[in-house]
Ligand binder design. Sequence first.
Ligand code: ADP
Ligand code: NA
Length: 340
Amino acid sequence: KFVERVFSGVQPTGNLHLGNYLGAIQRFVEMQKSHQCIYCVVDQHAITLWQDPKSLASAIREVTAAFLAAGIDPKAHIVFNQSQVAEHAELAWVFNCVARMGWLNRMTQFKEKAGKDKEAASVGLFAYPTLMAADILVYRATHVPVGEDQKQHLELARDIAAKFNNDFGDSIAANGFNGGFFPLPEPLIQGAATRVMSLRDGSKKMSKSDPSDLSRINMTDDADTIAAKIRKARTDPEPLPSEEEGLKGRPEADNLVSIFAALAGRTVAEVLAEFGGGQFSTFKTALADLTVAKISPITAEMKRLMADPGHIDAVLAEGSDRARAIAAPIMASVKDIVGF
Ligand code: ADP
Ligand code: NA
């Protein structure tokens, strides 16, 4: 009874990296074949941490450029930025009144991002997951491709949808909806590289905010920089194993092999069948070549698009109109259901 609809987003917080590409953007491109897709630059999420206004405006365009350069089709699907569709924030308020403090208290991302001084964190950072639930459910989206780090937030979105359906059950039925108003959105976290790790420390995820630029491959890095970062990536002294079992307890090796597999569209087992038993230096050269072959054309296209900000803004404005056309009637029904 729900249209198979995909929603996902990326924050415009600078330093878009290979983890964002493999965990999210590359999957977004793939989903276009089978689903109606809505891809959002989540600028309201970005300001849960301080953003310089000028940098924010250019980061919004950069994420949009990355979406388009990677192969997302803004005509067949929808590309826009969150702040232009007021229904996200409107539904988030309703969800703030559905979600429980205890549920949000359990979110590990808040604990990581708030750091030691939780009292000094913004209220928005704490409520981040209710806005994320609204992002997805304001389109009644059924599938959400994300990296492993977003799994807990997706579970919370399902809990919010279920509680709304339950709390307002009679009103939902009285308004003519059968079997609940919101679908329980399914996370799509599959295949290799759902959690890309830092190139300098196999225990930390590759992240925009890591102070070491060597820890990540940025989508704007040139070919030489990519090759140098892969050459310098931390490894252990053992040769690569021939079987997946042999990657246990070797997070750096596991990470590099997973990156190769995800970029090549192959399984980890297939990659090890080719490179197992060999030296890291040989593998790293192949990985650098593959990464450059995949990422450099996207980088070049991003640069071309970024040179015409007016065009990017027009894509976002048109996407926002089309997103609003889906969200507005859903939000109108929510208001009827709540009794507004
Ligand atoms: P970041 O976590 O880098 O600040 P976002 O929160 O905007 O970026 O995440 C955008 C998408 O990229 C999400 O789907 C997230 O799960 C994914 N992602 C972020 N970092 C990684 C990573 N290291 N490996 C895999 N996916 C990731
Ligand atoms: Na994230």
